[in-house]
Design a protein around this ligand. Structure first.
Ligand SMILES: [Zn+2]
Length: 207
C-alpha cells in the first residue's frame, strides 16, 4: 500500500511518543495529564477471570479505570497528575465484567499488523517507530492482492517505494517471515515479549 504524499523518506521531526502515537477516533476520552512517555508504557489487560487478553498503553488503561470498566491489579510507583488529583499508573489492569474474546478473529488493523510484525520492516528487518512504517501488500492490490493477514506486512517507506507494484521476488526483496493471522499463540508470545521488562506481569503470563 502506498500512502499518498509519501514519495520518499518522511521527514523526521523530533516527535514525542505522544505525538507519534496512533491516530485516535475523534471524541475518545483521554485523561488530562502531561507525561507522554509514561502514558505510552504498556499495560497488561486481564479478563475478569485473570486471563491475559491484551496489551494496551497506560493512557488507555487509565481511561478504562476512570470509566469503571477495569481496575488496577498492579501499580507502578509513578503517579501522573490530572488537573485535580494524582493518579497511580497501572502496570496490570483487570476488566470488571467478563468479555468474550474471539481470538481467531482479531481485527485486521494497522496497529495489529505492526504489533504482529513487532514494528519490524519485513523486507529490510529494521525495527522502526510506528510513524516510520507503512503497510505493504505483498501481492500488490493492482494485481489482485487482498487486504488480509496473509498479504499485509509492516514495511518501511524506503522498501515500500522500492517494491512499488511488484512482488517481493520481482523487486529482489525477501520477506523476513511468512505473514500469518494473529492467533492466541501469537498474542500470548507478544505479551510475554513485552512483559519481560515488567516483573509484575510475570505471574499472569507464566503459569
Ligand atoms: Zn525496509
Amino acid at each position: 500500500m502506498k500512502a499518498p504524499g509519501h514519495s520518499g523518506r518522511p521527514p523526521r521531526p523530533k516527535l514525542s511518543p505522544e505525538a507519534s502515537g496512533e491516530a485516535r477516533p475523534p471524541g475518545s476520552v483521554r485523561p488530562a495529564v502531561q507525561k507522554p512517555a509514561i502514558m505510552q508504557e504498556p499495560v497488561l489487560v486481564l479478563n475478569a477471570t485473570f486471563e491475559p487478553i491484551n496489551v494496551t498503553a497506560v493512557r488507555r488503561a487509565m481511561v478504562l479505570m476512570l470509566k469503571g470498566v477495569a481496575q488496577a491489579e498492579e501499580i507502578n510507583h509513578t503517579h501522573v497528575h490530572s488537573a485535580s488529583r494524582a493518579l497511580a499508573v497501572p502496570s496490570v489492569i483487570r476488566l470488571l465484567a467478563y468479555r468474550h474474546i474471539p481470538q481467531q478473529t482479531r481485527a485486521l488493523s494497522r496497529k495489529n499488523i505492526l504489533m504482529r510484525d513487532r514494528n519490524t520492516c519485513q523486507f529490510c528487518r529494521r525495527i522502526l517507530p510506528a510513524s516510520e512504517l507503512t503497510l505493504d501488500h505483498v501481492m500488490p492490490r493492482s494485481r489482485g492482492g487482498r487486504s488480509s493477514w496473509e498479504n499485509l506486512v509492516a514495511c518501511c517507506y524506503q522498501c515500500n517505494n522500492r517494491k512499488g507494484d511488484r512482488t517481493p521476488e520481482e523487486a529482489g526483496l525477501a520477506l523476513a517471515r511468512r505473514p500469518r493471522p494473529f492467533t492466541l499463540h501469537t498474542s500470548r508470545q507478544l505479551m510475554r515479549l513485552i512483559g519481560n521488562k515488567d516483573e509484575k506481569w510475570r505471574k499472569y503470563l507464566f503459569y
